[in-house]
Write a protein that binds this ligand. Sequence first.
Ligand SMILES: Cc1cc2nc3c(=O)[nH]c(=O)nc-3n(C[C@H](O)[C@H](O)[C@H](O)COP(=O)(O)O)c2cc1C
Length: 178
Amino acid sequence: MHVLVVYDTVYGSTGQIAGWIAERLNGFADVAAIVSRFSENPNLEDYDAVIIGSPIYRNDRILESIKNFVTENKEALAKKKVGIFVVALDTGGAYYFGRLTGGLEYLKEFAGLFVNPPVYGKVLGGEQIPTRLSAEDRESLLNFYRRVMGSYEIPYRYNMDKPKVWEYATRFYRHANR
Ligand SMILES: Cc1cc2nc3c(=O)[nH]c(=O)nc-3n(C[C@H](O)[C@H](O)[C@H](O)COP(=O)(O)O)c2cc1C
């Protein structure tokens, strides 16, 4: 099975996770997995299966680039086994003033973009490095932490978990082979 892991990223963590997914998949004797950033314009015809990943970024959404990638390749993707993943800090989700936020909610819009539903999807933990944020992102996160947490600083977070990412890849492989 030829697998393409395609992603976009703002600060790099989604690319690292895409690499871990491909690393695990290449451990299966019958898989050749390749990682590509969406901007490299990978040719989907070369692959039997495609895993697509995006960070959760502004307004609790996936990146526009990934949304466009899926929309533009709708027909080609309908003929493949597709996996999706999003990278976020709020992997568990919560109920907040009358609505469900975070966790699986982050997958809903993404999963809804496909003609044939993806075979497997998951929310994976990411990373937040306050010192690396753009001024605009720092401002928006400061607002968030002030409003929601009552805190005046952006915390460093490392929620990346390679065993969990490998488990995601293993499960995708099993579901894609059904
Ligand atoms: C401006 C901004 C908004 C974010 N919004 C959310 C969010 O709504 N929910 C969440 O769980 N994580 C949020 N995050 C955290 C990112 O999803 C996390 O840092 C992720 O690892 C970033 O991926 P990247 O390194 O591939 O760009 C946000 C991060 C930034 C910078």
